[in-house]
Design a protein around this ligand. Structure first.
Ligand SMILES: Cc1cc2nc3c(=O)[nH]c(=O)nc-3n(C[C@H](O)[C@H](O)[C@H](O)COP(=O)(O)OP(=O)(O)OC[C@H]3O[C@@H](n4cnc5c(N)ncnc54)[C@H](O)[C@@H]3O)c2cc1C
Ligand code: FES
Ligand code: FES
Length: 1331
């Protein structure tokens, strides 16, 4: 394309290299420029909307006025390249590389096992790098805050924080925080050293091995950019794209002229609001103004009235300015600043805070934006300018609600904002409650300010604003007016609550739901403010005001986010083990360093192939409908569109008998793929897909489990297991209780979206398929059948997958079919990378669950009978739902021996996207449900839950309800060790004491046992094969059927090969999983991938070693290379396949008996939490896990799996909520609406111990499969929360028996802690709260 003559040359640096773009497109963002333009694929795309941090880079700028260089982290997915003129960008490749020198950040992250799948890792490195460039010795608080905006779905964050602790400029131990004992004094300490005779070790990496940090190695800021910054001060820059012009004026006068000329043009600073509107809302701006270089918009000055802050000041800068101000000014002047700082601590992540500007925040004024209510109650003033002159307007609720006469005019800009000082008799507070404490938009936020008549408690002025209630920030103006001149006392509070609830209206059908909760927050915040002010008055004049009752003080304190501490304890290897043998050692992930340098290649990182096309899909917008017509005519008019592919283009089978790749005549869920558009670029393909018109004839959908039961809509037959005599059991019981519970689904949220690249080889119908799948042979099979060719023509390759968790078992095969059909039709390679929102929409989730129980028990807590009915929402196709419900039925007893037991399960067929495999495969639902009916017995009998659990727990050799024998000795050992290690009883007493002292905050503690099974209930599902080659130079290439998903399977396979061949790890390489090397490989899932493939690798290596043995015996002093060369000379084959037939597994559902599981994994977890009864906020204080995983092949990998799964479990049970419309449309389609655990959610103290000594005769080297088990233990947090809620309820005189559904979100916690405020909201307008 010829470049428009008026375009300036865009100049910036990337990793020290000068970029000169004479044709810069204002619509291009840095992420695609890096990945596609420069082939710097280390920077990843996880979401594309600023929510995950995978795309983090560091931006450095030079300020010619202050002559300072500023470094900050930024989401490259939101950064238009045109905003980068004159800046230096550093990507992960610029930080360090294996080709030159890796940076200590990268090295430590890898050595501390801070990466698993590695997809989030470059972003983690960059956030830390930007922090270190500004603060070479940061505090732990700064380190954890720097990671606020980075999500990791694999590790559970603990090892990431651990690795970065080594940079902290302060001691990193617990500092005796409330524990009475320093963590460094505890047995074993936190370093990797202890040998106590029983060979237990703690710590998984050795800080002594770390390279020292060397700031002199960093890139220097390019001097050329400093010169440019000076010279280009006075020149307006134009960047002209195909559809958009970007104008960067150099003076305020020019900006104002431009704003007059283009009144509709946005003034883009951070682009975090405008950018999202463009991406998600399809908004297009022909002209964009970028005022970043205008000095007036960047001023910061102290005036007599307050702080004057330039509108282009970034939120991170604002935070630093306010911190400085509060430390230097008298407290009475800084109350507004404090309130702003409080909101800034949790607002978004550091990347967004570094981009987003104060002016942008104010003007974009989202209803949940956190600073605006504070600025408004603080009477902030906006200094506006236009070509007509200057004026000031107050930042009021009228401004925030967009009232025309209070708003800025289209030709005006905000130059600066005056944030006033507070007065002596002022009280200002800010509140917010979000789904997650950090990096989540508020559900409701608020700012409140009261001004008293000097020296009294008489209200002179009152201002209360709420966000998250309507489409804009709203004010309780009328209520405030009515309260003026009232005294600040209990009567006033009662009146205030009543008035506010009357004034702030929220209709029962308000968008966003949670209506009662949101209304409760209105008054809960008000109550908190009331107490804060009362406390403040008392502090000001102790003689005049009564003391606040001690137990009410707990309403005032917010939970703090403290850096996590933890210990990892495991058994050391036998002292007699040869030093070369790596089995049992915490070996670093095979790709750990490459993850950290960004060199690890994922599917979408592969360089484009000649002639490659991009593919985008057209999805059903109806849950159930007939397709009347597909009109693609407009799509073909989009430049670059090459073709539109539908079901009619499939030469062979369109998917499988159960699930179609392209919809046929009917659609059965929202998100079902109807057709695909292929184009020269991904943007063109997306634009084309948007133009395809589908006409539907709507049919009635079934969406919920209840609907499906009503319509008798099921997949497969009922699954049932029965033991004893259920009727007799109930007859013998002292008491019987019944109840039910729902457990919501869970989105996999792997960081790498589904990706596939298909490349026709050009002869014999051969095709290479590169897929991010857990199941390569299934991809091969479905593609072959769709193209009507033999499987031997389709080569499927998977190098690594950026997280999967079950979500990449079945669906990638259909994505591959779609891309392959398109490639077949066009004869060109096709790349299909799902956008995050499409991935979340199309790929199903963990199955939502409904359980009903009837339990009979004796007064001493012994359960004598349980009758369970379980349902799951399978969605629209069978997928793996029959297996999931089977596992739910088989695992419903968890750790409990119930003499008379019946469990029945059904998979409900609905018109939701088909739910699929997910880590734990049914057990997270059945286990939580089992614990729920056990705790119901404890509640009913009044016995401590741990006692009821203990007395009903399996002991010694036993049989399951389906008559499989097992030994529960290690279950008991885990339980006992966990009780001890967690100091359960003393902490329970301490929590009880805390609860007596604190009315509004409660602590809860719970310990949960676990009996988990690894593997599948079919023998053939465990078979595995491997291929091992030895080359004549002695190097070894291992391939096997398992896929590297982040779980460290390749690392373990290298360890196996090293032990068996008796060669060091450095000799062995593992390159990819491919159907060409190992055919018919089973899916990598069910926790057994490493052990089954390990057996196959072992077999192959043993065959090879046996062949070499005669040569070795002849030359025992020889080297490996000598033996290999000799073998070659003797024509001995140096290649072998290994095979493992699999464990026996069977289940006879007719009889309800079988041997479905080879062995069991045992564990126990104790968690302690604190809740805020007024908001539902909670804090995970401590978790101790003890797991029996046999002899670990790699304790770092296995503990990593336990921790990561546990944190995913915390997500399932307490955070992650899927939200569908009544028409079956999934609303939660990105990190903006769906919250997985972040750094702030992991327990402050988080310890994992592997049970020792433990052996497993069935699996390789006596190990056990551990990938999934830890997830269920996350429910210890659920039950600790329940414990806290139950204490609050008891204190408020509410019934002890109550239902808590999962996930236990802030909303559910708050509403379960019913009190006068919740009652008011329910319509009972009376107040009994007495203070
Ligand atoms: C992932 C993510 C998480 C977030 N989390 C939170 C959160 O937890 N809490 C919260 O409060 N907010 C949150 N936000 C919202 C964020 O605060 C706003 O998007 C941001 O403050 C907007 O600033 P900006 O500079 O990027 O605006 P831009 O997108 O650049 O501009 C926004 C609007 O402001 C106008 N504008 C900008 N400057 C001026 C000016 N000087 N004069 C006149 N008009 C101007 C523009 O014309 C445009 O209309 C989040 C955003 C993202 C993307
Ligand atoms: S890809 Fe940019 S934040 Fe997720
Ligand atoms: S390692 Fe963090 S997302 Fe996989």
């Amino acid at each position: 394309m010829a470049c428009p003559p008026q375009s300036d040359e865009l100049i910036f640096f990337v990793n020290g290299r000068k970029m000169m773009e004479s044709c810069a497109d204002p619509e291009e963002e840095l992420l695609s420029y890096l990945r596609k333009g420069l082939r710097l694929t280390g920077t990843k795309k996880g979401c594309g909307i600023g929510g995950c941090g995978a795309c983090t880079v560091m931006i450095s700028t030079y300020d010619p006025v202050s002559k300072k260089i500023l470094h900050y982290p930024a989401n490259s997915c939101l950064l238009p390249i045109c905003s980068l003129h004159g800046t230096a960008v550093t990507t992960v490749e610029g930080v360090g590389s294996t080709k030159t020198r890796i940076h200590p950040i990268q090295e430590r992250l890898a050595k501390c096992h801070g990466s698993q799948c590695g997809f989030c890792t470059p972003g983690m490195v960059m956030s830390m790098y930007a922090l270190l460039r500004n603060h070479p010795e940061p505090s732990m608080e700064q380190i954890t805050a720097a990671l606020d905006g980075n999500l990791c779905r694999c590790t559970g964050y603990r090892p990431i924080i651990e690795s970065y602790k080594s940079f902290a400029g302060e001691p990193t131990c617990c500092q005796l925080r409330g524990t009475g004992q320093c963590c460094l004094d505890q047995e074993g300490g936190v370093s990797s050293s202890s040998d106590r005779g029983d060979r237990m070790r703690s710590g998984l990496c050795n800080p002594e091995e770390f390279q020292p940090a060397d700031p002199s190695q960093e890139f220097i800021f390019p001097p050329e950019l400093m010169r440019m910054a000076q010279e280009q001060q006075g020149r307006t820059l134009f960047f002209q794209g195909e559809r958009t012009t970007w104008i960067s004026p150099a003076s305020l006068r020019e900006l104002l002229e431009l704003k007059t000329k283009y009144p509709k043009a946005p003034v883009v600073v951070g682009n975090t609001s405008v950018g999202l509107d463009m991406k998600l809302g399809g908004v297009h701006h022909p002209v964009i103004l970028h005022p970043d270089r205008i000095p007036e918009l960047r001023i910061v000055s102290n005036t007599n009235n307050g702080l004057m802050i330039g509108a282009a000041c970034r939120l991170a800068q604002l935070r630093d300015i306010l911190m400085k101000a509060v430390s230097g000014l008298p407290e009475e002047k800084t109350k507004i600043f404090y309130a702003l700082l409080q909101q800034l601590r949790t607002l978004a992540g550091e990347q967004i805070r570094s981009l987003a500007s104060l002016g942008g925040h104010i003007v974009s004024r989202g209803s949940t934006w956190d600073l605006n209510p504070v600025l408004a109650v603080g009477n902030s003033v906006l200094n506006l300018a236009s070509t007509d002159g200057k004026r000031q307007i107050p930042l009021t609720d009228d401004f925030l609600s967009g009232c025309e006469n209070a708003d800025i005019k289209p030709n005006e800009v905000i130059v600066s904002v005056l944030i006033p000082y507070s007065k002596k008799d002022d009280f200002v507070s800010a509140f917010r409650q979000a789904e997650r404490r950090k990096n989540a938009l508020s559900i409701v936020n608020s700012a409140m300010r009261v001004l008293f008549k000097p020296g009294t408690n008489i209200i002179m002025d009152l201002n209360i604003l709420y966000g998250g209630i309507g489409s804009t920030t709203v004010s309780a103006k009328k209520s405030c007016q009515k309260l003026i001149r009232r005294q600040w006392n209990e009567q006033m509070l009662g009146e205030a609550c009543r008035l506010v609830l009357g004034e702030i209206f929220l209709s029962p059908s308000a968008p966003g739901g949670k209506v009662e909760y949101r209304r409760t927050l209105l008054v809960s915040f008000l109550f908190k403010f009331y107490l804060e002010v009362l406390h403040g008055l008392k502090m000001m004049d102790p003689s005049k005001y009564p003391d606040l009752p001690k137990k009410y003080m707990s309403a005032l304190r917010n939970f703090e986010c403290r850096p996590p501490q933890g210990r990892q304890v495991y058994q050391d290897v036998d002292p007699g083990q040869p030093p070369q043998d790596p089995v049992g050692h915490p070996i670093m992930h095979q790709s750990g360093v490459k993850h950290a340098t960004g060199e690890a290649v994922y599917c979408d990182d592969m360089h484009p192939v000649d002639g490659e096309l991009s593919l985008a899909v057209v999805k059903s917008s109806k849950a159930h409908a007939k397709i009347v017509s597909i009109d693609a005519s407009e799509a073909f008019k989009v430049p670059g569109v090459v073709d539109v592919v539908t079901a009619s283009d499939v030469p062979g089978e369109n998917g499988t008998k159960n699930e179609k790749a392209f919809a046929g005549e009917e659609v059965i869920c929202v998100g079902q793929i109807i057709c695909a558009v292929v184009a020269e670029s991904d943007i063109q393909a997306k634009r084309g897909a948007e133009k395809v018109k589908i006409q539907y004839e709507e049919l009635e959908p079934i969406l919920t489990i209840e609907d499906a039961i009503r319509h008798n809509s099921y997949i497969g037959k009922e699954k049932k297991v029965e033991k004893g005599n259920i009727e007799r059991g109930f007859n013998s019981a002292d008491e019987i209780i019944e109840g039910k519970m729902t457990i919501g689904g869970q989105e996999h949220f792997y960081l790498e979206p589904n990706s596939v690249l298909v490349v026709p080889r050009g002869e014999d119908n051969e095709m290479d398929v590169y897929s991010s799948t857990q199941y390569s042979s299934n991809v091969q099979e479905l593609v072959a059948s769709a193209l009507d060719v033999q499987s031997n023509k389709i080569m499927c390759h998977t190098k690594r997958v950026g997280g999967a968790f079950g979500g990449k078992v079945t669906k990638p095969s259909y994505f591959a079919v779609i891309a392959a059909v398109a490639a077949n039709k066009t004869g060109r390679p096709v790349r299909f990378i799902l956008e995050r929102h499409d991935d979340m929409l199309i790929v199903g989730n963990r199955h939502p669950f409904l359980g009903k129980y009837k339990v009979g028990f004796m007064n001493d807590g012994r359960i004598v009978a349980a009758d369970i009915q379980a349902y799951i929402n399978a969605g629209c196709t069978p997928d793996e739902s029959e297996m999931v419900i089977a596992y739910i039925v088989l695992k419903m007893d968890n750790a409990y021996k119930i003499p008379n037991f019946r469990v029945r399960g059904r998979a409900c067929k609905t018109h939701l996207p088909s739910n699929t495999a997910f880590r734990g495969f049914g057990f997270p639902q059945s286990g939580l449900f089992a614990e729920t009916w056990v705790i119901a017995v404890a509640t009913q009998t009044g016995l401590p839950p741990e006692k009821v659990r203990d007395m009903n727990m399996y002991e010694g050799v036993n049989v399951t309800p389906f008559k499989e024998q097992f030994d529960a000795t290690n279950l008991r050992k885990c339980w006992t060790e966990c009780l001890e290690k967690s100091e359960y009883y003393s902490r329970k007493t301490a929590a009880e004491e805390f609860n007596k002292q604190n009315y509004w905050k409660k602590k809860g503690i719970a310990i949960i046992p676990m009996k988990f099974t690894a593997g599948f209930n079919m023998t053939f599902y465990h078979q595995a094969a491997a291929l091992v080659h030895i080359y004549t130079d002695g190097s070894v290439l291992v391939t096997h059927g398992g896929v590297e998903l982040g779980q460290g399977i390749h690392t373990k396979m290298l360890q196996v090969a090293s032990r068996e061949l008796k060669v060091p790890l450095s000799y062995i390489h593992l390159c990819e999983t491919s159907t060409t090397t190992v055919p018919n490989a089973l899916v990598t899932a069910g926790s057994v991938g490493s052990e089954t493939n390990g057996k196959a690798v072992q077999d192959a290596c043993q065959i090879l070693r046996k062949r070499l043995e005669p040569i070795i015996q002849k030359n025992p002093e020889g080297k490996w290379e000598d033996w290999v060369k000799e073998a070659f000379k003797q024509s001995i084959s140096l290649s072998a396949t290994g095979y493992f037939r699999g464990y026996d597994g069977n289940m006879n559902w007719e009889k309800g008996e079988g041997h479905p599981f080879t062995y069991f994994v045992y564990g126990a977890a104790c968690s302690e939490v604190a809740i805020d009864c007024l908001t539902g906020d909670h804090k995970n204080l401590r978790t101790d896990i003890v797991m029996d995983i046999g002899c670990s092949i790699n304790p770092a990998v296995d503990i990593g799996q336990i921790e990561g799964a546990f944190v995913q479990g915390i997500g399932l049970y307490t955070l992650e909520e899927l939200n569908y419309s009544p028409k079956g449309v999934l609303h939660t389609r990105g990190p903006d609406h769906y919250k997985i655990p972040a750094v702030c959610d992991i327990p402050e103290q988080f310890s994992v111990s592997l049970l020792s000594p433990s052996q497993n005769p069935h699996a390789i080297y006596a190990s056990k499969g551990v990938g999934e088990a830890g997830l269920f233990l996350g429910c210890s947090v659920f039950f600790a929360l329940r414990d806290a809620v139950s204490t609050a309820r008891k204190e408020r005189g509410l019934p002890g028996a109550f239902t808590l559904n999962s996930p236990l979100t802030p909303e559910r916690i708050r509403m379960a802690c019913a009190d006068d405020f919740t009652q008011m909201v329910m319509g009972l307008y009376f107040l009994r709260v007495s203070v």
